[in-house]
Write a protein of this length. Structure first.
Length: 194
């Protein structure tokens, strides 16, 4: 519970700081990101529980990555993160989940996500800014990756990559849960994910 409260305070601080840097009022950020002003006020007060879609819309509008909204101060040269220590940013109706484990630093950061999708469970994602490239490595089970309306089956041991600037969906396939590691390669400069 304390970790969740700490994470929410970090997001609140980062959203407020990015909004201020961008010179946006709460009303303008809400209009552009399609998030209610009330939800933004609550978020900046570290209240509420923003979902992944809201965080993605805010990050896209603010010109930063989702991970930039989630990360606190740097912890040093080497960072080791256990997926179980990171709260899920998305939880599916059948028990699937997505966790943003970490983001590399540098001019073109890479986000590392761990996903679990139950059979038939899916997460649709809106297009990201140009230059975002996603890579999906299935470690167990099978998934259907839908990119720009075309379905692609990705089995355990296979990796797929695609430009994230088109609509895409991740769907669990088969009879067992699908586990995967997704990397999101952000172009130099501001971008967003998931």
């Amino acid at each position: 519970m304390a970790e969740t409260a700490d994470a929410l305070r970090t997001v609140a601080h980062n959203v407020r700081a990015a909004r201020t840097r961008a010179g946006l009022s709460l009303d303008e950020l809400g209009r552009r990101a399609q998030v209610s002003k009330g939800a933004l006020v609550a978020l900046e007060k570290a209240q509420g529980n923003p979902n992944l879609a809201t965080l993605v819309r805010l990050a896209d509008t603010l010109g930063i990555s989702v991970s930039a909204l989630m990360q606190g101060p740097s912890e040093g040269r080497v960072r080791i993160v256990s997926a179980e220590d990171v709260a899920p940013l998305w939880t599916g109706g059948q028990g699937g989940e997505a966790r943003l484990v970490l983001t590399t630093s540098g001019p073109a950061p890479v986000e590392v996500w761990r996903w679990r999708l139950e059979p038939g469970e899916e997460y649709p994602s809106h297009p990201h800014p140009p230059g975002v490239v996603e890579t999906v490595s299935v470690t167990g089970g099978r998934m259907t990756l839908v990119v720009d309306g075309t379905e692609h089956t990705v089995e355990a041991g296979q990796t797929a990559t695609f430009d994230g600037d088109t609509a895409h969906t991740y769907r669990g396939a088969g009879t067992a849960p699908c586990t995967l590691i997704m990397t999101v390669h952000l172009p130099p400069g501001p971008a967003s994910t998931a």
